[in-house]
Write a protein that binds this ligand. Structure first.
Ligand code: SMO
Length: 685
């Protein structure tokens, strides 16, 4: 079934926050700090205020005290989070808002920003400081390392990434009848409402948050931003509609970044290639303020170790440190790619140490049983990963890939192949749905929301199937706190496993009541709490050639197998795999944010390379369906699959390609320069 959203979106009939007509709206623009650390010594707004069209110039003094944003306590915090809306005196990052202008047009607001006099005394930034840490341990790692036949070590430094959805952050606020309607480009409308109410001391009943169409988010819009709080404050206090749409430069500077984690692992292996013990340390960078999701990457990157492998002894630690940069938070994958890249590099290093084929050493260590499984961080849903690997290798004809690589090598090419086996835990918790059946049609009011990923299509299919109707009989509403029941939102691959399970359960209740004789319109309100996380899994296989003279990498071919439990819409699932793969390729081969002395050196698409269509190799997608036991629908997440498995496979393929030269370490992104340096720095190069 095609996406029912697409005709509307393709005709330009989408309703993004920037499309909302707000007559007489004031446009917001921000003066942002040009330095990473310092003190505001002088702030003069009179000249800006005198410009035509300028309605107000706001500073921290104008705003007064405000509440802070709640941070998901995935890890225990040992440093108090702050949430500056406008800098009071301390400057903590380049791009931090210092003052805000409200004017009749965007250009008047931008002109006025130029006229604000801000003197900032720059100071030397302190080193990153510890904000959170956690540790998990099982078995006797010391004994295992002491008796191991081999010990291998790996260190990964993930590039810091800009999530870069097509639609930047955008907000439009209408004060009306004592309340405020807020159109917001967000993954979490209900949470945004609760956060706004708490931070601004407003009655949540007087706030309505609407996320109609959202042009991508990828985790970057899962948390409320200072700029958005300011827009709502201004509309409330000035009694005027207010709107703000971030420029791409503002997104690079002040929206949440992803990845940037460092991981180190040691694996103890016996003479048969069995993994005996894993010791791993993860460190995640945090920015100058913490979005709701700030601690999730550090938590995920460690707590899902040892990934798909059974390892009797583990010693896992993670920590997160705050620095004078833009904030960091979840970005598609959110710690899972980091866990996967560490384990998969260790598995390949173990294969080299033991002389086993990379597929064979994985086969000997992958978990083999569907059902509950004990990880150091707790019991989770496991699956027969070894069979999934064999399935992919058979479907893709792995021996043929190896033979082709060996033939290319015999001709002098630097050719490699790499595997990346991943697990993808979806979110936990609850979502809600209200379903009304009336006269052969049904309305689904969904507590979650859509970030552009086809929720209306998938939910219509599920409701139609459960109610014995066709999808055309189903109306799906979401993303409006006034008309839809409460929900968490479109993040952590939770929309289908948990959100659609809520829809399914509501439909089942309606059928029970109808079959018991209830007549007329029947409405079922369901809050569905999943008994556990759904754990998807799969494997990516990459073939690469690296030009010996220039280091230019050429991904020649990719294949993958993804298991997302029960599949609702194969087209949506395929789109998720392809989109995630493209972003995974971006991390592996080209994307990277760089800072120097707190300054962002890569603040535009002139300096930050995103993959384009021509960069993508052919990808053959295979799928299996191992039904989840952790939700009513049996579904698992798939939205993050490609970002998790692909980088590990590509990195391993590049390491395989350069292994004949004696190269044992490469870091992402695998640019021509970095590969050329690796080639020329070896004696055999
Ligand atoms: S990185 Mo996702 O929006 O949980």
């Amino acid at each position: 079934m095609n996406r029912r959203e697409d005709p509307r979106l393709l005709r330009g009939e989408g309703q993004y926050a920037g499309d909302i007509a707000l007559p007489d709206a004031l446009h917001l623009a921000f003066l942002r700090s040009p330095v990473a650390c310092g003190q505001i010594t002088h702030l003069e707004t009179a000249q800006a205020e005198a410009l035509p069209g300028v309605h107000a110039v706001l500073t921290a003094q104008t705003l007064g005290p405000m509440g802070v944003l709640e941070v998901n306590p995935a890890l225990p915090l040992c440093d108090l989070p702050n949430f500056p809306i406008l800098a009071a005196s301390d400057i903590e990052a380049v791009g931090q808002p210092v003052a805000a202008v409200l004017a009749t047009t965007v250009n008047q607001a931008l002109d006025a920003v130029e006229m604000i006099e801000a003197d900032i005394e720059e100071t030397v930034a302190a080193p990153p400081r510890l904000a959170a840490m956690q540790h998990w341990q099982t078995g006797d790692t010391a004994a295992a390392f002491a008796t191991a036949a081999h010990v291998v070590r790996v260190r990964n430094q993930h590039p810091r990434l800009a999530p870069s959805p097509m639609e930047p952050r955008a907000i439009a606020v209408l004060p009306e009848g004592g309340g405020l309607t807020v159109w917001l480009s967000t993954q979490t409308p209900h949470r945004a409402r609760a956060d706004l109410a708490r931070i601004l001391s407003l009655d949540p009943e007087h706030l309505r948050v609407i996320a109609r169409d959202v042009g991508g988010a990828f985790g970057m819009k899962a948390s409320l931003y200072p700029e958005e709080v300011l827009a709502v404050w201004a509309a409330h206090h000035l009694g005027r509609p207010v709107r703000w749409t971030a420029t791409r430069s503002e997104e690079f500077l002040s929206a949440t970044h992803g990845r940037g984690l460092t991981s180190e692992g040691q694996l103890a292996i016996d003479s048969e290639g069995r993994f005996l013990a894993l010791k791993a340390r993860v460190e995640a960078p945090l920015g100058h303020w913490l979005p709701n999701s700030a601690l999730i990457p550090a938590w995920n990157a460690a707590r899902i170790l040892p990934g798909p492998y059974d390892i009797p002894a583990t010693d896992l630690g993670t920590s997160a440190r705050r620095a004078h940069t833009a904030p960091t938070g979840i970005y598609r994958g959110a710690g899972r790619p980091e866990a996967c890249a560490l384990m998969e590099r260790l598995a390949d290093a173990a294969a080299r140490a033991t002389g086993l084929d990379p597929a064979e050493i994985r086969r000997r260590n992958l978990h083999r049983v569907n059902g509950p499984r004990d990880l150091p961080a707790g019991q989770v849903e496991g699956a027969d990963y070894a069979t999934a690997l064999d399935h992919l290798l058979r479907l893709a004809d792995y021996p043929a890939w190896c033979a082709r690589r060996d033939a290319r090598r015999a001709k002098g090419a630097l050719a490699g192949i790499g595997l990346g086996f991943y697990v993808e835990p979806s979110g936990k918790g609850w979502e809600s749905a209200r379903v009304t059946l009336e006269a052969g049609c049904a309305t689904v009011e969904f507590g979650g929301s859509s970030q552009g990923h086809g929720r209306e299509t998938a939910l219509a299919q599920i409701a139609a199937d459960a109610l014995g109707l066709t999808p055309a009989d189903i109306t799906v509403l979401h993303g409006d706190t006034a008309t839809c029941p409460a929900g968490i939102g479109a993040l952590a691959s939770r929309s289908t496993p948990i959100g659609a399970s809520a829809v399914l359960e509501a439909c089942r209740e309606i059928i029970r009541r109808r079959d018991a004789g209830e007549t007329g319109p029947i409405t079922a309100d369901t809050v569905y709490t999943a008994p556990g996380e759904a754990w998807g899994h799969g494997c990516y296989l990459a073939a690469i050639e690296v030009d010996r003279d220039t280091g230019a990498p050429h991904l020649t071919r990719m294949a993958c197998l993804d298991d997302a439990g029960r599949l609702i819409n194969p087209l949506l699932a395929k789109g998720q795999v392809m989109g995630g793969f493209a972003q995974g390729l971006g991390e592996a081969m080209m994307e990277a944010l760089h800072f120097d002395d707190g300054q962002l050196l890569t603040g535009s698409f002139m300096d930050y390379a995103m993959p384009r269509a021509a960069d993508l190799p052919p990808l053959t997608i295979h799928k299996t369906e191992t039904i989840a036991t952790t939700n009513a629908l049996g579904a698992k997440g798939i939205g993050e699959a490609g970002t998790i498995g692909a980088p590990a496979a590509i990195l391993n393929a590049a390491l395989d390609a350069l292994a004949p030269l004696g190269v044992t370490d490469l870091q992402m992104p695998l640019t021509s320069l970095s590969l050329w340096q690796a080639i020329t720095n070896t004696s055999k190069g």
